[in-house]
Design a protein around this ligand. Structure first.
Ligand SMILES: [Zn+2]
Length: 401
């Protein structure tokens, strides 16, 4: 039994050349068993269903609305407890990173509440955030651990993430994030890094708790050598790798990640020409996180240089309690186009096809036969309307698989 979504302006995100978004003005999408089986002009839909021997049980008239793949958020920190709105207020009146840290803010401010929260509380908080993300079009979300930082606690967070995804009706990709050295391990950071590489990473791989390992390589987080140790262990354990890199300073993580065949490097406000060339050669995605960049009033990443080198660009929410408490990808698209000077096409591909690539997923982020039937219909006709009417939720309906 199949469903036909028709009378739509279909944007497949599977185009190329002059039409990267793959627009079909009077289009239709045929889905069966949670998968897309056909995409094309509306007038060909009946012939296609006959040729495919598919019985159309349901016809959904979308009244000329834009129909796109479900959005893929390839970078979130959706599992955490606690409230840091006080930090936001401090920042709004001009407080800098150090002043906020001295007042007890920063990542450490989320550790205590997250460690103290029960599984049920963390699960509920994460489900609420994923449900909110879905309401603005997200159908797949990567969720990182990283707000416990103990060996056992990080594994607990990864289990919570998987359960929350199943409840929220969003496909979730759990990632182990080695976020910072926890305050209680500052005196023996070498031992802590060895535990990450020799205990935590193998345990996560053996338990199937995550498919990738992420690490924050920057001032105040992990050094390049520590990053190499942890990501090397991840590759050895058969896990994909990625990094938060270059948010404040360039530690050479882009070159390292490219060498390790990383799926993505995220932030990259600071990256050298050599780093950019290495990312391009390796096909590693650069994930743009405009929410955090704008809120922290950092200079934007070198989008023009990344584009010129041919580095694939994704756009993600970075949903987190410190620097970007929003799960809305349409809002990120507005910031990407307005503050990062990305084109509308780049912003769209950044939250669909390229975002899926940043997660190592080839079955979503576009509408094509075989892809997951993750669809969003919008109360809009043109792709540009979504970032253009920023702050409005133009989602008409969201369909997950
Ligand atoms: Zn992040």
């Amino acid at each position: 039994m199949a469903s036909l979504y028709h009378r739509a302006r279909v944007m497949t995100c599977a185009g190329s050349g002059a039409d990267p978004l793959g627009l079909i003005t009077d289009g239709a999408v045929l889905c069966e068993g949670g998968r897309v089986v056909w995409v094309g002009p509306d007038e060909d839909a009946d012939a296609a269903s006959r040729a495919l021997d598919v019985v159309v049980a349901e016809r959904v008239d979308l009244g000329g609305r834009l129909l796109t793949p479900g959005l893929v958020d390839c970078h979130t920190h959706a599992v955490f407890a606690g409230d840091r709105s006080d930090e936001f207020a401090m920042r709004a009146r001009g407080a800098g990173y150090l002043e906020i840290a001295k007042a007890g803010g920063g990542i450490a401010a989320t550790l205590g509440p997250t460690r103290a929260a029960t599984d049920a509380d963390l699960e509920r908080l994460t489900v609420d955030r994923l449900v909110a993300a879905r309401a603005t079009g997200t159908t797949t979300a990567e969720v990182k651990s990283g707000y416990d930082l103990t060996i056992a606690g990080e594994q607990r967070l990864l289990r919570v993430i998987a359960r929350a995804g199943a409840q929220a009706g969003v496909a979730v990709v759990p990632t182990l994030l080695c976020h910072v050295i926890p305050p209680e391990r500052k005196a023996d950071r070498d031992v802590y890094v060895r535990e990450l590489a020799e205990v935590l990473v193998p345990a996560v791989a053996a338990g199937g708790l995550a498919t990738a390992v992420d690490i924050y390589c920057d001032d105040g987080a992990f050094t390049r050598d520590e990053t190499a140790t942890v990501l090397g262990a991840a590759r050895g354990a058969g896990l994909a790798v990625k990094a938060h890199a270059g948010q404040f300073s360039d530690q050479g993580a882009a070159e390292l990640c490219a060498e390790l065949g990383a799926l993505s490097v995220d932030h990259v406000e600071q990256v050298s020409d050599a780093g950019i060339a290495a990312l391009a050669a390796a096909g590693t995605v650069a994930v743009m996180l405009p929410g955090a960049c704008v809120q922290l009033r950092l200079p934007p990443p070198p989008v023009a240089r990344l584009r010129a080198a041919g580095v694939p660009l994704a756009v993600a929410s970075d949903l987190n309690p410190g620097s970007s408490y929003s799960s809305s990808l349409p809002l990120q698209m507005w910031m990407a186009t307005t503050h990062f000077a990305m084109s509308v096409e780049e912003a769209w591909l950044g939250v669909t096809r390229v975002a899926a690539r940043a997660l190592g997923l080839s079955d979503r982020g576009m509408l094509a036969p075989g892809a997951r039937a993750d669809l969003v219909a919008w109360n809009a006709e043109h792709p540009a309307a979504i970032p253009y009417q920023y702050g409005a939720n133009l989602v008409d309906r969201v369909l997950v698989a």
